[in-house]
Design a protein around this ligand. Sequence first.
Ligand code: ADP
Ligand code: MG
Length: 775
Amino acid sequence: MSKSIGIDLGTTNSVFAIKKINTEILKNAEGDLITPSCVTLKTSKLPVSKPEFIVGKHALEWIKQKPQNTVTLIKRLIGRSFNDPEVQDMITDHRLSYQIKQQTKGTQNSLAIVLNDQEYTPEEISAKILEKCRFDAEASLNDNVEYVVITVPAYFNDKQKHATRIAAVLAGLKVRRLLPEPTAAAISFGVDNIKDDEAKTILVFDFGGGTFDLSVLTISGGQFIEQGKGGDMWLGGSEIDHLLAKHILKEIANENQIDDISVLLEKQHEKQRNLFFGELQEQVEKAKIQLSKEDEACIEILGVLKDQDGDTIDIDIELTRDQFNDIIAPVIEATVQLTSKTLEDLQFSPDLIDKVLLVGGSSKIPKIIEAMQQMFGVEKVMLHKRPMLAIAEGAAILSHRLAETYECPQCGHSVLQTANLCEKCGFDLDAYTVETGVWDIVHSSAHDYYIHLENNERYLFVEQNTPLPFEKTETFKLVDLRQELVHMRFSNQVNGKEENIGDLWLGFDLNELEENEEVDPESSLHVEVTLKIDENNLIEVSAALKEFPDIKLSKTLSRGKADEQLFLSLEKLITEANKLEYKKYIMEDLLSRALLAIKTIDKIVDPKNHKVDAIACDKAAMQIEKAQKLAADEQFSQGAITYAESALYDFDLAISPEVKDEIREAVKHLREMDEHGTYEENNQAIDNLQETLDKLGIVQLLIEIQKAETICARTDQTKAYKFSQSLTDITKAIVEQDSDKISSLLDEIMPEVNKIVSADEEKIFTIHKDIAIMP
Ligand code: ADP
Ligand code: MG
């Protein structure tokens, strides 16, 4: 029977575990409980051997020799865009030993890690870590591992979670649940410490190597209710290491009278420099860990660094616990501030917290424990017995709980999750599961979720910490009476910053709708927007016109970043066109091109397997670019097509069969080019239709009169009637072949017609796409 395990896929360390009767942390191939989340690509000088990925402890050893091929902290990059300010900060800060860049093949926003000239996505690198967990777990269990619960920071947004799922798929694992890390820690704590009839509110304080996660949970009757969360996903032990390293560099500069140590470091031979940074990192971390137990530690790097003259600078610096505490004071202060803020946001005072559970490697720092004790009182604060393993334990417990079947703890027979007794050996499964807690986990929304309205306003759709699953429908009104495009942009607020999480664009043809049903000309249409969030924080949005419910669309957000950039360019195209004050025909053309592009963009991400259709991506980009260029050229096809079609329909008898065929052919071709053609081909097809339409001769004038009639029908009935009468008279003269009469009638009416039509065509047209809150 294949196994279900739990994996704590940590920023610094990963841990995997399984629950049988007790929860057991599984050893990796190296015999350790903790696997560094480090991946290196080992290349060989021999052309015959292929590059090989190494994960874990042995990968970490390569950081000194081949830092550019050794990836750490990948969790900070997963699900992020290259242009994220945080990612850019990591690049400018030189915090990564390896190169990251914009992905060549993906959308402009995706990022790639470059190893040995090859690009890898963060998902692919994370998959290597998960794969090692799976292989090593399989070796340890002597069975295959199929299902998994993977823990993620409570603060992970939907993109980051989605990317984590992809990594699991690449590693051949089926994800039963992505579990917030603090909840996992609480589960592992609850097992031994909370009785079934007790209700306790606990604050989980998870301070690891890369993230600081806070979560308030109430545990009651086997239920874990997430009350809320906070923290900072950029704060962890690596910040402490960074501060320590900075301090050590300053000390080296002082002791050796070096003006600018960074210049000296730049001048070192690359190999020596890598070795120095690797040693420094290792020593600093070792000293930090030592200072959790002892009062002094020493940093010693001998024979690596050279001064300007090539003489060796030996480093031997002592660090006391007091100095250490001073250096890391800003980090301690930040954790205290974030803890108070999280409680304030949740309107919890410290006395409502029954227990503060500290987990994560950095929680072992005595000053951290002290700071929490000061805030909550000594007796409430508890460092988990296994602070670096607790999360994997919780994941394993849930993984066991979510399995449809599991192995009877007594005889190993496969039993259903719902069974009370083992049918083979009669073991009392109920007593066993109740005693060890069968839980229900009540998840809550990770963030505030907004929908954007006109004038840069936004509407709070879901508040952070709302119990999940959640569903809500709101009605908004369109901002313009003749609006045919609705743009709904969704965002969330993470660490005080707004993040775009997806777009819905709804487009429709008002004229077409009016053919079937009356539209009240005095009142704008409405759109009903529904936002659904499931237990995994996966968000589905849907929108439908209230007056025409068939015009609808729904989509799971953050499924891939592929469409994000395209929607942004589409928005830019419309905003800029509105600013340029294009005329009606051009704008109508632009609008119909925008609708075509939206259709293509909506097809990019396959809703089933989330695969990105690269061809559709290119096509949409081309459609948007083409729309922009054609508008700038004042070229339009939509107007010409409508013109051609009404000519064929209304003046059928007045056009020769050959010309009709030519027009039909030209329209068909143009339609095709609008959708698939390049800018040049599209342009050519427009010209081609124009040339064919020129063959209409007098019919062109009749169409102009008809246009004037339509324009006046809305404003001046008498004039409209006059034009309609004139049309009838001219048509009659045409049938009678009375060319004098035709001329005189035309001479009489055309000046006025031309004036009205061109005035209408000169009108500036704005594409509206926003929504507004109902009064
Ligand atoms: P993550 O969840 O980010 O993978 P862990 O919970 O495994 O991280 O913690 C790793 C971090 O804890 C590292 O930054 C490590 O240096 C730090 N750490 C481990 N033990 C101690 C200790 N005794 N004192 C201080 N920091 C420690
Ligand atoms: Mg962790």
